[in-house]
Structures are given as C-alpha cells and as structure tokens.
Design a protein around this ligand. Structure first.
Ligand code: LLP
Length: 386
C-alpha cells in the first residue's frame, strides 16, 4: 500500500521538498495527549531537534507540549513558535555563555546540566543577573539501547551526562552555590528504540539511584527520562502512530515515582517522524549492466540518514502504478554514499516521476545541508496544497 499524497497538486512545485501530512501529525499528538494523560504526573516535551519547521511547530505547540532544546537557536525557535518558556528544558554538553544567558533571560524551566564546569558557569552567569537557575543533572545511567551505535547515548563511554558515581558530589556542590537550584535528574539512553525492555532497564536504574538519594535525605522533584521511542520505518502506512500506549505504560509500571514527583519525557522522532516525506523527482532512469538506477533530484544533502546511519526509508513511486521493477535509488551528490536504497522494488520509474521517501519527518529537513552549493529543501504542510 502507498501513502496518500495530493500528487496532482505537487506538479509544478520545485523538488525536492518535504511534505508534512497534518492529519498524521494531529493524530499523533492526540494519541500522545490521550495516552500520557492517563498519568497525571507525566509531562511531555517535544525534542525540537527532530524538526523545527515553523508550521510543524505550530501544531505541536497548539497540542500543549513543552519543548526540549539543545541550543540557543532552538530556544529562539521554540519561543518564536509560541512555546511557553516555563515549559522549556535545555540540555547539551557544550552550552556557550550566550546560550545560557538566553535561557536565563527567557526564564526557562530548567537547564539539564552535564558537567561540574557547566554548573559553575550557570551559577556565575545567573548571579550576574541576580537570578536563580533551576537545574537537573543529566546522569549517564550506563544502560545500553538496542539501536544504531551512532544514536545510543547512555553508555559509560559516551560524552553525555555525569557518571552515576559522581551524582551525590554534584548535588552537594549545587547546594553550596546560591544561584542554582537543584530540582531533578535527567536521562536519555538513545533514539529509535523499539524494545520496551530498554525503557524498563532505565526505569530500574532510576529506581536504584532514587533509593540511594532517599537514603541520604536528598529530595528530587523531577525525573526526566529523555526521548527515544522509535517508529516503524518499514511500514509507515500500517503503523503511522508509534506505540505510545505501551511506552507510557512501561514507565508507569516500572518507574517508582516518589510522592509529588513529575515525570518528564522528551519525544522527538515519535512525534514528527511518520508525518513527513521527502518528495523528489526522477531525473534519469539509468540502465547498468546488473542493475538499474533511479536517479532522483534529492540527495544526502536533503536527507542524510541513509548515508550517515545506513537508515532505511521506504521509497514509493507516487506517479506510477505500473508493475514493479528493482532499482537502486540514488541522489545527484558527488559522494558514493549518496544512495537512498539499493535493490528496492518500485512501480516502474520514468523521467519526471515523483518519488516519496517516507518516515522522513524527524531528522530530515532539520539535518539538511547546502553541500555542493545546493538549495535547502522547503517544507510544506497539507494546508499549503488546499
Ligand atoms: N532528549 C535528548 C537529551 C536527546 O539527545 C534526544 C535525541 C532526544 C531527547 C530525542 O530523542 P528521540 O525521541 O527523537 O529519539 N539524528 C539521529 C537522531 C539523534 C538523536 C539525538 N538525541 C537520527 O536521525 O536518527
């Protein structure tokens, strides 16, 4: 089965471009609100790094989610889109002074702090403004995730977070600094995680750490488990909405929240992934000796995930219903890794056919580059074609 696209209306639009299906996005957001809403202590933030398209942000903001930022630019984008600063959490191993100052000026909810030097600088910059910054510590839980090596973040050798054995040291240090207020713990084990057991492992680890802190009389108001819920790249039509029910239920069942504690989530891919497709045009169909190539006008500059992570994006010829043939679908960039998929069955391709690369709403448009002096792709939503 193919996705539903307004193909006739796409004609004449400069390719490649991103198309965001507003219906899918809204259904996703409704499901999140319904499933997380079963648990009054749950707070969902949107990881804006996955997609900062203004039209997409507008929908997410209207749904009432908070936002997770990792740069000053993202804080600006979130504020411009209308997200309330008191719902912004800000993570990142290397926050520059101007970015910390921006967070302080906007009175964001919390800085997720990843090292002692960062804590000291936040304290210093907050003092200069006569403010007290709320901080969570990002703890590296040393929990692996069953996903691609480039997108696991919770193992001991990753650059992220503070080691578990240093947790009390940083909390005690924060207590001695007058311009930071320690409010919680932050975690994130990786991305594109489909095995709920990985989230169980994180919950178990957090329970252990909480027991340890409780024994020392240390109070924690907020727990933030980051993001990571994966999507079905193989079957975006069969599974357009990720399994939020099991995801939230897993945490509800396994993570022992203490009295009054709030549990925060930072979901990126699972919010935006399935609503987006990269639409590209077939420039040439080239016959090789052992294979044929469908050469399209989108490249790794528009969607880098296949080249960078060997990621699979389902490809569909949305202009043709002719019997399928097997193709390597490749872009025009001067790099041999500029290949979207190899040996893939598509309805017979012709010059000019529109091709959709599915499940590209997360880490697609936002990771585009202008390598080869190419123009950045534009992002459209359903309403742009009404
Ligand atoms: N919170 C933190 C601290 C993160 O580092 C990330 C993603 C998220 C939340 C959101 O994770 P999600 O729900 O999207 O899995 N460019 C890669 C993914 C990098 C993820 C980086 N951190 C990709 O295209 O697969």
């Amino acid at each position: 089965m193919k996705g539903v696209f307004p193909v006739e209306k796409f004609k004449g639009v400069q390719t490649p471009f991103y198309f965001y299906d507003t219906k899918v996005l809204r259904e996703t957001l409704e499901t999140i609100n319904r499933e997380a809403g079963l648990y009054p202590n749950f707070r969902v933030h949107y990881a804006i790094k996955s997609n900062a398209n203004a039209k997409v942000l507008k929908e997410i903001c209207q749904a009432g989610l908070g936002v997770d930022c990792v740069s000053g630019g993202e804080i600006k984008a979130a504020v411009a889109a209308g997200f309330a600063p008191e719902k912004i959490v800000y993570a990142g191993v290397g926050k520059s002074d101007w970015e910390i100052n921006l967070g302080l000026d906007e009175n964001i909810f919390c800085f997720n702090v990843e090292s002692i030097p960062e804590l000291e600088i936040i304290n210093e910059l907050a003092a200069a403004k006569g403010k007290v910054a709320q901080v969570c510590f990002r703890i590296n839980p040393n929990v692996g995730a069953h996903t691609h090596a480039n997108i696991t973040t919770g193992l001991a050798e990753n650059k992220f977070g503070i080691a578990m054995e240093d947790m009390e040291t940083v909390i005690n240090l924060a207590a001695t600094l007058s311009n930071v207020n320690f409010i919680g713990l932050h975690f994130h084990i990786g991305s594109q995680i489909l095995e709920m057991d990985d989230f169980v492992a994180l919950s178990n680890r957090i329970n252990e750490l909480q027991d340890r802190l409780e024994a020392q009389g240390i109070k924690v108001q907020h727990i933030n488990v980051g993001g990571g819920l994966g999507i079905d790249y193989q079957d975006p039509n069969g599974n357009p909405i990720p399994n939020f029910k099991d995801y939230f239920a897993t945490y509800a069942q396994h993570l022992q929240l203490r009295e009054g504690q709030l549990l925060h989530f930072e979901l990126g891919r699972s919010v935006t992934g399935q609503c987006g497709s990269l639409i590209t045009k077939t420039i040439y169909v080239k016959q090789g000796h052992h294979k044929q190539f469908c050469i399209v006008d989108a490249g790794m500059t528009d969607l880098i995930r296949p080249a960078l992570y060997q990621a699979f994006h389902k490809v569909e010829n949305i202009s043709s219903d002719e019997p399928v043939e097997t193709y390597d679908v490749v872009g025009p960039i001067c790099e041999s890794s500029d290949v979207f998929v190899k040996g893939f069955d598509l309805n017979k391709c012709h010059r000019g056919d529109l091709i959709a690369l599915r499940s590209a709403g997360a880490y697609g448009e936002i990771m585009a580059s202008s390598y080869n002096c190419r123009t950045l792709p534009v992002g459209y939503v359903t309403e742009d074609f009404d």
